[in-house]
Design a protein around this ligand. Structure first.
Ligand code: SF4
Length: 381
């Protein structure tokens, strides 16, 4: 690519961004809601939280969570000194809870570096890519996005939108996963050094609104004349696909166990497990050939060391993760004997059903809680 061509692509993308870009994204603005000037720094704290939320979640879902987060933890110190359960609670519903734990851990590390400062001299925050990548859960694209967004410094990004656009402009003949180095080189070469914050955002916006996965709207695209996929091939064939993996499917039996006082049993997942620290209803994986009622009895005996009677089914539903699909079957149960023990959990509690929303649960459990409240005639708070 020669420099004239690069410069023309940059100008076309930036001019498009001025008119059609998502210039309203709250963490890309000054705290008074106005647009920052070129090369002006804005709050890295607000951008860092948003960028981690965006790692596996769409912008429109992230915005209300981010706003609630900023109300609860407006400054780094508020987050670093919060209780971990409060942090998980604020994250509830966003999924991939390890992100919340890493943010919490990172907040303590950042506080050691930045200190308890209310200053808007944002340059006391890390401005080097390696410093950000040293924090748990921050990869190169998140780090590049934080630095370019907060300080308007020229660091490239490579999220899914950018990969798709680059794969199409240059009609790359390999799946992205086998082409990382080339894609990073292209993102770096195309980056506009005069306006990296807007340029990176423009690429993401173009990918999200025009160069979409299934139906790219090439007639509205500012770089159509340079796009090989549009000019020579079918854009939707890019990026090239890798062969699909079969996603495992697993049936899970869950028990809502009531005692004689009308309380039910919840337990807290081990810190070492996925979604560690969150609360759940006890249960586990169905063995081949096992009836689901027997699964629930066995799992609860192994997890808590108690005997139960499995009563009627409350609900059954599928829940998909990126790497697996689970089918949950939930039964109401009655506690018969034995004192609960922490055999495969870190804590357990007997609580009244109307207190369930006081605890952070994984997203799939919200369906169970809503069904249970409906069954018991409890109105949503
Ligand atoms: S011309 Fe079409 S395929 Fe190429 S970058 Fe633009 S929207 Fe995407």
């Amino acid at each position: 690519m020669n420099s004239l061509l690069i410069s023309d692509i940059q100008q076309r993308i930036l001019s498009w961004f001025d008119i059609y870009g998502r210039t309203w994204i709250p963490w890309k603005l000054r705290q008074d809601g106005s647009l920052p000037e070129l090369k002006e720094s804005i709050s890295p704290y607000r951008i860092w939280i948003a960028e981690v939320m965006l790692q596996q979640t769409q912008l429109k879902v992230v915005i209300p969570y981010w706003k609630k987060w900023m109300d609860k933890f407006p400054l780094l110190i508020n987050l670093a000194e919060a209780d971990e359960q409060d942090v998980l609670y604020q994250w509830q519903g966003l999924g991939y809870y390890s992100r919340a734990k890493r943010i919490y851990l990172s907040s303590k590390l950042l506080l050691g570096r930045v200190g308890n400062s209310n200053s808007t001299n944002w340059l006391i925050w890390p401005v080097e890519i390696d410093d950000w990548m040293a924090l748990p859960g921050i990869g190169r694209t998140t780090a590049g996005s934080i630095i370019s967004s907060a300080f308007d410094l020229p660091y490239p990004i490579l999220d899914g939108n950018v990969k798709r656009i680059l794969s199409r402009i240059f009609a790359l003949d390999k799946p992205c996963v086998h082409n990382e180095k080339r894609l990073w080189d292209l993102s770096n070469k195309l980056l506009c050094h005069e306006s990296p914050r807007n340029f990176n955002q423009a690429l993401m916006d173009l990918g999200a609104t025009v160069c979409t996965t299934k139906s790219p709207n090439c007639s509205l695209c500012p770089i159509q004349i340079y796009c090989l996929a549009h000019n020579k091939y079918d854009p939707v064939k890019f990026p090239q696909k890798k062969s699909k993996k079969i996603i495992p499917y697993q049936e899970i039996g869950i028990g809502i166990i009531f005692n004689q006082d009308g309380e039910l049993l919840i337990d807290q997942r081990l810190e070492t497990s996925s979604m560690g620290g969150l609360w759940e209803f006890p249960g586990g994986k169905k063995e081949p050939g096992e009836y689901i009622e027997d699964t629930i009895k066995r799992e609860i005996s192994e997890e808590l060391g108690i005997e139960i009677k499995v009563r009627e089914k409350l609900l059954s539903f599928d829940h998909s993760f990126t790497h697996k699909k689970l089918n949950f079957t939930v039964h109401l149960c009655e506690w018969i004997s034995g004192e609960p023990q922490n055999l495969a959990c870190q804590k357990f509690l007997w609580i009244k059903p109307n207190k369930l929303f006081d605890f952070p649960f994984p997203a799939a459990n919200t369906k169970i809680i809503n069904a249970l409240h409906k069954h018991l005639g409890i109105k949503k708070q």
